[in-house]
Every structure is written in structure tokens, then in C-alpha cells.
Design a protein around this ligand. Sequence first.
Ligand code: SF4
Ligand code: SF4
Length: 252
Amino acid sequence: MKQIETKVIIQNTVTDIIGCSGLDYYREPLFGYAAAADPIFHSYQTVIGPGHFLPTDLLPQAQTVFAFFLPFTKSILEDNRTGHYASREWAQVYIETNQLITEISQEIKNRCRARGINYEFQPPTYVFDRELLIANWSHRHIAYACGLGTFGRNNLLITRKGCGGRFGSGVLDILLFPTPRPDVIRHCFQQTRNCNYCVKVCPVAAFSGPHFRRHACYGQCLKNDAYYTDLGSCDVCGKCVTGPCGYLEDNS
Ligand code: SF4
Ligand code: SF4
């Protein structure tokens, strides 16, 4: 019973904070869980990098990993479809969503603590090695482990609501039922519809080689940051999110 109650409390916290924010950028969030002892988290130290944190690095007594996805509305994605630079609205949404995810995470922590449960999280961004550009806590890989989607040609996690949106994640010291992971790649249409939208739209050809050209991508993000100096820190681009997998109707 405590398992179900805890999930309700956590999930209500996410929707409460979105509601209080007054921001209308998002559709209904998605939630997923994984066992902290799942071997997938050790595998990330090989797949992503040896510095990738384990759940126990965030919380020594971690038992469950939690991830949520805030899917953007269609208009946010459409706004970023054209132009070399990220749209102004996309940059603004990025900044405000970073703040929102931090607020959500802090409030989950507060509400869990009030019930004797510990929650620890990583910030929504800037959790990466600045030279190697490798994440220490990749929210999208954590979300994959928590059953929220599968990876597409664009290197992003595509959920049943698309890949246009943002992830947050953290760990808890209570055991909660894990969310089953999809067993097949879904929602990337490269094979089924010969889609290569993300490859073609990228302004720096980041998908042109055998490996994702992360430094080229980040260079473009920094150009956008410099372009919108009046907004604040917005090293973002997101053109590869605006294709057919960016916004999906949730047919579960
Ligand atoms: S844009 Fe097309 S090829 Fe690229 S990830 Fe999305 S569905 Fe796959
Ligand atoms: S975020 Fe922009 S620069 Fe980076 S891979 Fe996607 S389209 Fe290319």
C-alpha cells in the first residue's frame, strides 16, 4: 500500500508544481521507475562513461530510481521547426523548464522527507564533463531504464508522447514496483518510413559519421546561447526534435 501511496504523492507533486507554475508548455507528464539494483545502471559506466553515477552515488541506501517526462505541446515544437537558430520561444522554454524541473525535484524531496522517505536528484542540465561532453547522470538514459521509451536515430529517448520534452530523475530509499521497459524500438520511423528528418535537419551534420558528433552539436548550442544573450543561459538547439517523433499522440 505504501508503494502505491508513494507513487501517488510523487506524481501529484509533479502535476501540482506544473499547475502552480502557470506555464502552459506541457502535456500530461509520464512517470517511470526502476530498481536501483538493476544492472543497467552499472552498464552505463561502460555505455556512457566510467564517471556515470550509480543510484547509490546519489543516495547510499537507494532502492528505486524515478524518472518523469514533461512532453511539450505541439505549438512549442512547431515554433522551433524553421531557421538556423533555435526559436526564441524554444530557448525561453528551455530556461523556464530547467527552473521548473529543479522546483519539482526539490518539492518531491520535501514531500518525501515529510513521510520519512529520502529523495535525491541531479539538476536538469549541466551534469556533464565540460571537455568530454559526457553526462555524469544522463536523464534520458535514466528514463530509458525507467521504461519511458526507446532511443531513436536522433540519439534521444522517444516516449509514447514523443521526444519533444524534458526529463527529470532522482532516487528514493523505498522499494517501488519497476515500470516494464519496451522490448522493441518504437516510434523511430527511420526503418519503417525511411525517415531521416533528424539527420537532414541538423545544422552541423552531427549525425553524419559513425558516432554522434557531440562537440559539433554543443558548438551549435553555444551559438544559440550567444544569439540569445538577453535571455540567460540557453545552450540548446533541438531542431532534431521537431520531426515526426517529436510530438506523438499517446495511444499507449
Ligand atoms: S526524425 Fe525520423 S529518423 Fe530521426 S529519430 Fe525521429 S523518427 Fe527517427
Ligand atoms: S540539437 Fe541541433 S545541433 Fe544538436 S544534433 Fe540536434 S539538430 Fe544537431
